[in-house]
Design a protein around this ligand. Structure first.
Ligand code: FAD
Ligand code: NAP
Length: 592
């Protein structure tokens, strides 16, 4: 075996870690230095020389390289700093953080974040916590109908938060039916009030908007309610609603501008349709509604609108929930259909006409088969378009900054969130290939700030990101779909364990039998490691979140079997899965 080059080993450590400590596990000075970095919330890498076979050789080489024999031997940004006394002294004199992330007096700010949504706010707060001078620009261009909102981005204002609350409104409606079976004397003519729901949800959002402003102020992040665009690679121009312009420069930029709903290119779309950007603050009950699209946004909106009692139809261009396990997607659709939502499959709209104005008015929707064919029409009060979202990267001067954008979809290719321009980064929905989900935007933003300013080397992990579609029966998923698992590992290497199940709560309520479903996909060639987990049932998000930790830890089917269930729950179903798809046995359930 070739001798290990200890100098290269040391250099690799000092180059790959912003703060590198060569330490000994029993040394009190080493502990003191590590404690200091912990207190400063600075990530570091420490290797304990006394626990390594070649620790002595490494210590000798460190002596040769630095003239320092003792530990701790600390390097910052690949530069030798010294031992415990030197580090403590530099901290006392306020120099330590400057070594970790050098000041940038040349610019107005260390960091400007464009976009105050999930990713932008997380990054800006984390950078400010690490002592950086930060500004955030957030601006909402009103929808064609004039809807606008406050600080916090999509999730808070027109995404996850109002969606989940309106989903809850729908679930409560369903619970009223159940409640009767459980002895509650609920009158038969209980009505839902749109205005009450909308106002309560908007009040909650208002409190969140306010909370974000306070957080930014407390952390001394400068907030500009202004639309930002680059004028050169280190300069932006931020313009307020009233046209007031501010020019600002920064050493680093993080782009977190998110996405906005797309409209179909057909007559009447922008004039008469609403999108998810409008529905949660709509001033009137939308009435009979056509939802166009068949992915997350469309199916979730259709679900809660039907759940509060509206007549809802979904127009599907091709399949439901593209990208998801199609067995699960079809079960989601079947449940919606048997619970009163109508589906017009394999059709697309061609024109929207207004028959009557009003709140709501009346619209006539013309549509035809996706593959071409005879045009038909349908009358509704409201058309909600949920056909995807476009990245807001087209009008922010990226050409002036030299940032490369994928011209096909406006998304930004990055390596570890860094664009092709080294001082410009991007997080959240606008990243090429990243899931468009709030927790990923937040994690990426926070971790990026810690890498830039806190000496961290922890990257955002985009693998096995769990997600839930909040349709009337919720669908939670983590890892591979069955189709993708087969494509990746080969059909022979995949074992799919599955079952239908009936939540106990459904029994007394006399709710549907054999609609809830659990499925685990295992890689037989890797000890039956779980590579996909899917659940359709109540609280699927809560169930999936827990099991996603298991998947992160590399759980196998045997470990799932060895897990004791919590009875009576839906999640316990996963601890008792024995039927495989390959066996083809009967998975219908009767009884507890
Ligand atoms: P955003 O949160 O969109 O923030 C971008 C901000 O930048 C916006 O405020 C925008 O107005 C602003 N901006 C844009 N351009 C400029 C500019 N030039 N200058 C200044 N400001 C600018 N995710 C989940 O995880 N769970 C869910 O249940 C869920 N439900 C959703 C439901 C709906 C209806 C929708 C539409 C999305 C949902 N999402 C959900 C997705 C989630 O909202 C996004 O993934 C998340 O908000 C992305 O965060 P971001 O920081 O990338 O962008
Ligand atoms: P999406 O996932 O891009 O899906 C777009 C849907 O619209 C597809 O069903 C597509 O059909 C259809 N479509 C596209 N163009 C069409 C046209 N011209 N006419 C008719 N139908 C058309 O978009 P999305 O639902 O807006 O979701 C965007 C992202 O937001 C998601 O990827 C998700 O990450 C995030 N989100 C998350 C949640 C959650 O976590 N619960 C909820 C909502 C949104 P085809 O299949 O035929 O292309």
């Amino acid at each position: 075996m070739a001798p290990i080059d200890t100098k290269s080993v040391i250099q690799q450590h000092t180059q790959n870690n912003k703060v590198m400590i060569f330490s000994k596990s029993t040394c009190p000075f080493c502990k003191r230095v590590k404690k200091l970095f912990d207190e400063l919330k600075v990530d570091y890498k420490a290797i304990e020389l006394d626990e390594m076979d070649n620790g002595k050789e490494l210590q000798d080489t460190l002596h040769e390289m630095t003239g320092q024999r003792t530990v701790p031997n600390v390097f910052i940004n690949n530069q030798h700093v010294g031992g415990c006394d030197t580090v403590l002294k530099k901290n006392k004199e306020g120099e330590l953080m400057n070594l970790i992330s050098p000041p940038t007096d040349k610019y107005d700010y260390d960091l400007i974040v464009i976009g105050g949504g999930s990713g932008g706010l997380a990054a800006s707060k984390a950078a400010a916590d690490l002592g950086k001078k930060v500004a955030v620009c957030d601006f909402v261009k009103p929808t064609p109908l004039g809807t606008s909102w406050g600080l916090g981005g999509t999730c808070v204002n027109v995404g996850c938060i109002p969606k989940k609350l309106m989903h809850q409104a729908a679930l409560l409606g369903h619970s009223l039916d159940d409640a009767k079976k459980y002895g509650w004397q609920v009158p038969d003519d209980v009505q839902h009030n749109w205005d009450t729901m909308k106002t309560s949800v908007q009040n909650h959002i208002g409190s969140l908007n306010w909370g974000y402003r306070v957080q930014l102020r407390d952390k001394q992040v400068t907030y500009h309610n202004a639309y930002a665009e680059f004028t050169d690679p280190h300069t932006i121009k931020a313009v307020t609603k009233r046209g007031k312009e501010t020019v600002m420069t920064a050493a680093h930029f993080i782009l977190a501008v998110g996405m906005r709903p797309r409209y179909p290119d057909i007559p009447g779309a922008k004039e008469y349709c609403i999108t998810s950007d409008d529905v949660f603050s709509l001033a009137y009950n939308p009435g009979k509604t056509l939802v166009i699209g068949a992915s997350y946004v469309a199916l979730e909106c259709a679900g809660f609108l039907a759940g509060i009692g509206l007549d809802v139809t979904v127009m599907v261009r091709s399949i439901l929930l593209r990208g998801f396990d199609q067995d699960m997607a079809n079960r989601v659709g079947d449940y919606m259909e048997t619970n009163g939502i109508k589906f017009i499959r394999e059709h697309v709209p061609t024109k929207i006409e207004q028959l009557e104005s009003g709140t709501p008015g009346k619209l006539k929707v013309y549509y035809k088969p996706s593959q071409g064919g005879e045009e038909k029409s349908l009358e509704v009060n409201t058309v909600l378009v949920g056909i995807g979202r476009d990245a807001c990267t087209g009008t922010i001067g990226l050409d002036k900054a030299g940032v490369t954008v994928n011209p096909k979809n406006g998304k930004i290719p990055v390596v570890n969130e860094q664009t092709n321009v080294p001082h410009i980064y991007a997080v959240g929905d606008i990243l090429e290939g990243s899931p468009e989900l709030t927790p990923i935007a937040i994690a990426a933003g926070k971790l990026l700030a810690k890498r830039l300013y806190g000496g961290s080397n922890i990257q955002c992990d985009y693998v096995n990101v769990p997600t839930t579609v909040f349709t009337p029966l919720e669908y939670g998923a983590c890892g591979y779909s069955e189709e993708n698992a087969i494509a990746k590992f080969g059909e022979d290497n995949i074992e799919v364990y599955h079952t239908l199940f009936r939540p106990l709560e459904f029994t007394v309520a006399q709710r549907d039998e054999n609609v809830c479903y659990a499925k685990v996909i295992c890689n037989k060639s890797d000890n039956e490691r779980i590579v996909g987990l899917h659940v359709l049932g109540p609280n699927a998000g809560e169930v999936t979140q827990g099991f996603s930790l298991g998947m992160k830890c590399g759980a196998t089917k045997a470990q799932l079997d060895a897990t004791i269930g919590i009875h009576p729950t839906c999640a316990e179903t996963f601890t008792t899965l024995s039927m495989t798809k390959r066996d083809g046995g009967d998975i219908t359930q009767a009884g507890c």
